[in-house]
Design a protein around this ligand. Structure first.
Ligand SMILES: [Zn+2]
Ligand SMILES: [Zn+2]
Length: 370
């Protein structure tokens, strides 16, 4: 029976359990987990801060492993059939319906009400549906992607890679733009790399702590600024100094702090663009200090402000292609030195490290279980 780590209910410690292996339905597979990730979302899952989560739950929504058992036939988007033993990852979003108003008319599949997410909105009652486990059951219709890249190179990006890819796409960065990234967590770091890849001339980053800003510099940020040591006025002055007094062409907010959304608007030039991707968890409204002024902060600035929710297959697929490329994967390869690995029994410890920002990326490696 595969061993799994479970969050039994909000604010309860992670528990180890043994769960029976599933009966495979037609066109499904069993996936042996090599690595699964621990991200900010998992911290909020443990704190009970996400809506619609069916506890008890096996967290871990982005994972790498291999197909140990296939029933029926499974194909990738290129039409190649999967074989047992193939190294793969899969889109954590399942059951996007391609039949509802959001899928077909708005063409915004990340807002499809039918979608379920492995490790977030699939609970233990749905089966082996999270990555903090020796095995995952890939239900029929799961979008599996062949992974030729090194497993850790892919996982150092983890869920932040498709998320940042989507944000950069929403930002429509033009060649030679100056991009400001607010936040130096995994999404911020991936957004820096991808902004440069998309043609930004310079990427500025405001974040904390210093060790994460070092990573921002390592991946190509041309200047960084620690928000813990400087108030909003000083940050604005710094941005204006860097941009001929105008502000950034495109700002990507990836902080998790509501006030940063208003600041993102103020740090962006008139007629620029702001992408909000750092509010996946509801952190409430902006504080009264931030006091958003529609005339000054938005209308008069002629700003384009865009939300960015989740990611779809295209973001996930493109992310896998980038980290599989011998040249373009190099920055992620270099970041592998900053990975922290934990066994299933150490899942609580992994959550604490992520919550405190001590580690850039924490991985659960079930096969290392003692
Ligand atoms: Zn995640
Ligand atoms: Zn739909």
């Amino acid at each position: 029976m595969p061993l799994v780590a479970v969050i039994p209910k909000p604010n309860a410690p992670v528990e180890l359990r043994e769960v029976p292996s599933p009966e495979l339905e037609e066109n499904s597979a069993l996936f042996e987990v090599e690595f699964s990730e621990v991200c900010g979302t998992d911290v909020y899952l443990q704190q009970g801060r996400l809506e619609g989560v069916p506890y008890p739950l096996i967290p871990g929504h982005v994972s790498v492993g291999h197909l140990s058992k296939i029933r029926g036939r499974l194909f990738d988007v290129e039409g190649r059939e999967f074989r047992e033993g193939d190294r793969v990852t899969f889109l954590d979003v399942h059951r996007t319906c391609n039949a509802c108003w959001y899928c077909l008319v708005a063409k915004a599949s990340t807002r499809c009400p039918q979608r379920k997410v492995y490790g977030i909105t699939y609970g233990l009652d749905d089966g082996l549906c999270g990555g903090w486990a020796e095995q995952i059951y890939l239900k029929p219709g799961t979008r599996i992607i062949r992974l030729d890249a090194n497993a850790e190179t892919f996982m150092v990006g983890g869920c932040a890679l498709p998320t940042a890819l989507h944000a950069v796409e929403r930002g429509e960065i033009a060649i030679a733009d100056t991009v400001l990234v607010l936040g130096s967590g995994p999404v911020g770091i991936n957004a820096i790399i991808l902004s440069l890849m998309r043609g930004a001339l310079r990427v500025l980053c405001i974040g904390a702590p210093d060790q994460r800003l070092e990573v921002a510099t390592q991946v190509g940020a041309s200047a960084v600024f620690n928000f813990e040591e400087h108030d909003e006025g000083e940050r604005l002055e710094w941005i204006l100094d860097q941009t001929h007094g105008r502000g950034a062409d495109v700002t990507i907010e990836a902080t998790g702090a509501p006030d940063a959304v208003v600041q993102a608007m103020r740090f962006t030039r008139d007629a620029g663009r702001v992408v909000v991707v750092g509010q996946y968890t509801d952190h409430g409204p902006v504080s009264t200090d931030a006091a958003f002024n529609p005339h000054v902060d938005l209308n008069k600035k002629h700003l384009d402000v865009r939300g960015c929710w989740g990611s779809d297959f295209s973001h996930f697929y493109r992310g896998v292609q980038i980290v599989s490329h011998p040249v373009h994967s190099q920055l992620w390869t270099a970041l592998k030195a900053r990975l922290s690995r934990y066994t299933l029994a150490q899942a609580s410890e992994a959550l604490e490290s992520v919550a405190s920002g001590r580690v850039l990326k924490a991985l659960i490696a079930p096969k290392f279980a003692t």
